[in-house]
Design a protein around this ligand. Sequence first.
Ligand SMILES: *[C@@H]1O[C@H](CO)[C@@H](O)[C@H](O)[C@H]1NC(C)=O
Ligand SMILES: *[C@@H]1O[C@H](CO)[C@@H](O)[C@H](O)[C@H]1NC(C)=O
Ligand SMILES: *[C@@H]1O[C@H](CO)[C@@H](O)[C@H](O)[C@H]1NC(C)=O
Length: 429
Amino acid sequence: MFTLTIKRTALFAALHILVPLVLATSESQVSLSSLSSNSYNQPHLSSTFDNGYDDVDFDEPRLVRFIVEDWHGDAVMLEEPVWVTERVKLDSKRTGDGYIDITEHPNYNPSRYSAAPSPTHVYHPPNSTIVPQILPLLSTQEQRSNLEIFTSFHTRYYKSKTGHASSRWLYQRVLNYTSEYATDALREAVGIELVLYEHKGFKQESVIIRLIPRRSLNSSESVERLHEITIIGAHCDSINNENPFYRSPGADDDGSGTITILEAYRAILQNGYVPLSPLEFHFYAAEEGGLLGSLDISDAYVKAGKDVRGMIEFDMTAWVAAGRPEEIGVVMNGADLALSKYTKLLIEKYLDIPWIETRYPGRAASDYMAWTMAGYQSSHVLEGAWEGVNNGNHHQVTDSIDVSPEFSFEHIMRFTRLAVAFAVELSSY
Ligand SMILES: *[C@@H]1O[C@H](CO)[C@@H](O)[C@H](O)[C@H]1NC(C)=O
Ligand SMILES: *[C@@H]1O[C@H](CO)[C@@H](O)[C@H](O)[C@H]1NC(C)=O
Ligand SMILES: *[C@@H]1O[C@H](CO)[C@@H](O)[C@H](O)[C@H]1NC(C)=O
């Protein structure tokens, strides 16, 4: 998850005054550094580990759209685009002023997408006979060992060497699972594509898994148009808000979501499940940079004319706050109503804890919004109601597995069951 503070800050107010100045002069050397602390200029860290600032330009201009404060409704609300420096982006993030970064998509305009007729899918009540066969295959041990490795990267910051290495590790893990569990019979029925998805402007890659039933490959028409895709997502980067090159284990945000969907994939493979429509798992790079990975990917899906039956995102699935009931938070703003309702049905059928509706406050953002903005139906589940979320540790060195007993692998497992249910129920027709 992306941000937490609710208050509009003085910094943000200052941005609105300064930005037109930058645009008017269009001089790249105009400096906004007086706005912010210059901690990013201090080179002392690069001497302590090989993860330095060498190719990061904190004065680089970036085009962003801030999230409208305390927005409601199922459409994502954005402010008008403004140019800011990378440094100001980081400062805004620290003060909780969330944004999407559209530098690579300067004409990005959600209303253009929604003007295009996008089909509204109907979700029938869950009735799979396969989900109950897969659930017993899920392993907490596997998840713990994956998360221990994933959090051992110094940071998974998308511009860092270790952030790049962590995505490469994830890709290799997915490759290994695929060669270990995908039988010949499965490969005959399903094309399996593993994609290391490169992005412009930063090192870290997204990882995409595609299971494409071969019966859909025989069609003479565009497969993607004919066949509605089910997408299970999480983000694989992390950040330390104090300085993006500081230690950032990102155990909850979003290592938890990453191992949630990774284990769902492993168990689905192990079962030999053959989907009847395409099923995909997405691990997005650079969510913390303003949804960079998911914006690139969802934009590519729109341009390729792909049809998405439903997308669900898992961002923070580990925390059960002391003194609060254990619940699945279903985030209602920026999410599709019908798909969120369907998600609740799955929770009722396959989980033994209740859902609770919740909402992103302030300018908070996460990857499901990229899919909503692209005109697709998306939903988002969270470790509980917003008030109980692990906001005391996220984006800090303390976002670790052992910071507190409130970090719960049992809770993660419940989300993993939901990921399996969503994946299989929606791709079974
Ligand atoms: C589940 O329900 C759908 C829609 O009613 C139906 O098409 C499908 O065959 C059913 N699946 C099973 C396993 O009963
Ligand atoms: C993948 O499998 C190879 C061969 O067994 C092993 O050396 C490597 O550590 C594994 N990597 C991951 C990320 O699982
Ligand atoms: C798809 O095409 C392949 C090769 O042409 C063929 O062997 C297979 O039977 C076809 N499958 C279906 C479901 O039509």
